[in-house]
Design a protein around this ligand. Structure first.
Ligand SMILES: Cc1cc2nc3c(=O)[nH]c(=O)nc-3n(C[C@H](O)[C@H](O)[C@H](O)COP(=O)(O)OP(=O)(O)OC[C@H]3O[C@@H](n4cnc5c(N)ncnc54)[C@H](O)[C@@H]3O)c2cc1C
Length: 424
């Protein structure tokens, strides 16, 4: 069986490793010109699910290198108001076992680690344009340099703007969530660390504003591994209406937009916004996909954002792409040839559509510009109610335990086995 994968992102690389490890002939095509031409190195949280999938697909030395490149994992989740007042604090008591623990990684570092051992599999500077399904049961992928490759299975792992999806499932919809986000990074120096909200170092911090807007803060410490310099990453998100027209704005202007939108936020938080290194500031118009009805399986399939694009709201996009990669790999390896490959793809798709769109819906709840909290008059009332709810939950250990456990379970289907999120 020869498997062609389009896209050397989170899912595509994991799948390529899994297939190669099992002895399947696999070729991966990536449009980026070089391994490090990936535009933005934002932070990705790898859940126990994600770790498990990587451990299962990667050869041991590549998995070890991936673990080495991760930053110090978050130990707690902290929710505050935009003025740094505490709403809720809960510990993330993750497994110590690397094969199923929570991890913090930089996207570029993860890609670099996952490219290890795939020199004979990955081809850069290959932009996929379209495919044909041939009468002999094979599939041919075409590239914009005029070349083509033929295999038995084609996997679209080509992310949010997937061309494989557009051709294969033309009715699949990617829709706007009504949320815009601007994110940036600054070096983690002693001075900058003093500007962080309490407990932010070593945790994931969410700050909720009075009009549905929120800020996420990650502190990335690499503990001298040389992978990257330590940094602080922030992301500000609010409904589109709150933002001016940002077409053509420079990163410095985008930073100013955040500052203009947050005059009453904690002064230290505004300093963190202002100190972001301009080249790291980027806007995201948050989009998501709509639930798909099952389709007739064939020798073409999709994994990750290409089929179930979701908001960054719950930090599960990459983890779901990894889960897809592990499941599809397992099914294809079990099947290996001819007709069986299509049956294996059908089994994969049946499961993937279920958990994939559950994840889409869960992450949309966190970032939905149409929800009441973003409305002009009722919004502040809803926001005030949510804050009260969080404060009460924080004060009642049994409520807090339940809320954090539910949250962890939604983020991770294996968490109930081995990850305990408990109240402080
Ligand atoms: C700011 C931000 C924070 C996030 N944080 C988290 C988090 O904490 N946890 C989490 O789980 N997820 C997170 N995500 C989501 C996560 O990054 C994605 O869901 C995940 O990377 C999707 O993996 P993928 O393999 O489907 O696609 P990608 O990783 O996007 O890879 C797609 C690849 O396909 C290539 N490609 C595209 N078109 C073509 C073509 N025509 N020909 C050849 N190659 C092509 C692209 O260049 C790219 O390399 C975050 C996303 C953002 C934006």
């Amino acid at each position: 069986m020869r498997v062609l994968i389009i896209g050397a992102g989170t899912g595509g690389l994991c799948l390529a490793h899994g297939l190669k490890k099992a002895g399947v002939d696999v070729a991966l095509f990536e449009r980026d010109r070089t391994p490090r031409s990936m535009l933005i190195g934002y932070r990705v949280g790898i859940s126990p699910d994600g770790s498990k999938a990587l451990h299962s697909c990667l050869p041991p030395e590549v998995f070890a290198e991936f673990v080495r490149t991760t930053a110090r994992p978050p130990r707690r989740i902290v929710m505050r108001t935009e003025k740094y007042k505490e709403l809720l604090v809960g510990d993330i008591d993750t497994d110590r076992d690397d094969t199923r623990s929570e991890k913090s990684v930089s996207r570029i570092a993860m890609r670099t680690a996952l490219l290890g051992g795939l020199d004979d599999v990955v081809r850069f500077d290959k932009t996929f344009t379209h495919f044909t399904q041939n009468d002999d049961g094979t599939v041919t992928a075409f590239f914009d340099d005029g070349t083509s490759e033929t295999g038995d299975v084609l996997v679209g792992a080509d992310g949010a703007q997937s061309r494989v999806r557009r051709q294969y499932l033309p009715d699949a919809k990617v829709v706007d969530t009504g949320i815009t986000s601007i994110a940036g990074k600054l070096p983690l120096t002693d001075e900058n660390a003093k500007l962080l909200p309490p407990l932010a170092d070593g945790g994931i911090t969410l700050l909720f504003g009075p009009h549905g807007e929120f800020v996420i803060i990650h502190v990335m410490r690499f503990d001298g591994t040389g992978v990257e310099d330590d940094y602080i990453m922030w992301g500000y998100a609010a409904s589109h209406e709150k933002f001016p027209d940002m077409t053509g704005m420079s990163p410095a202007e985008l930073k100013q937009v955040v500052l203009n939108l947050t005059p009453k936020f904690h002064p230290n938080l505004r300093k963190l916004f202002a100190l972001a290194v301009p080249e790291t500031v980027f806007p995201i118009r948050v989009r998501t996909s709509e639930r798909l009805r099952p389709w007739q399986p064939s020798n073409v399939t999709l994994i990750g954002d290409s089929v179930h694009l979701m908001t960054p709201g719950r930090g599960i996009g990459a983890n779901t792409a990894l889960r897809d990669a592990e499941l599809l790999c397992r099914k294809l390896v079990e099947a290996r040839a001819g007709e069986d490959a299509v049956r294996a793809i059908g089994e994969y798709e049946r499961e993937m559509i279920e958990y994939g769109f559950e994840a889409v819906e869960a992450s949309r709840e966190m970032m939905d510009g149409t929800s009441l909290v973003h409305k002009p008059v009722i919004g502040p009332v809803v926001a005030a109610f949510s804050r009260t709810f969080l404060r009460v939950t924080n004060a009642v250990p049994v409520l807090k335990r339940r809320m954090l456990a539910e949250d962890a379970a939604e983020r991770d289907h294996v968490s109930s086995d081995h990850e305990v999120v408990h109240a402080r």
